[in-house]
Design a protein around this ligand. Sequence first.
Ligand code: AMP
Length: 171
Amino acid sequence: MDAIRSRIRDVPDFPKKGIVFKDITPVLQDPATFRLAVDALADRWRGERIAKVVGIESRGFLFAAPLAYALGAGLTIVRKPGKLPWERIREVYDLEYGQDALELHIDAVGVGDRVVVVDDLLATGGTAEAVGRLVARQGADLRGYSFVVELGFLNGARRLGPEKVHALVKY
Ligand code: AMP
């Protein structure tokens, strides 16, 4: 995973002062590293009969789509309010300051579907946890979460259940 780690760029003070943004665009841009990352995500879930990969807007989509293809699974997207056209459910979650919300189409996952939730990065886990609630409300079988990057010092895995969290690179 060193090849992936070496292509994660630290951008200090983005999007605001005090945040070190982990930029995954160099992973996407390098053909071998992008393939390595998608293959490593897929290796975790191969043989687990995953029905749907759930990608979180927006960087989660970049990994969820090729992962779904690699697993022969369907792709489902979770989006910010106002983006999904069909009937949907919503979960609100807390940010450092204020709240945000995410939405899922009501027919996006089915009862008993084995799903994996994907995002580029796990920080506090609030975002992924809200997505977990969305798929659970639809009766899906949440098998776990995959991330390219985990910021371990923020304890997001504790919030999601450590046994459910898979990450390629941990800080
Ligand atoms: P959280 O809900 O705290 O786990 O935050 C995770 C979401 O925020 C993911 O969608 C990430 O893409 C984004 N995010 C949070 N912190 C960072 C960071 N330091 N670098 C890049 N993205 C981040």
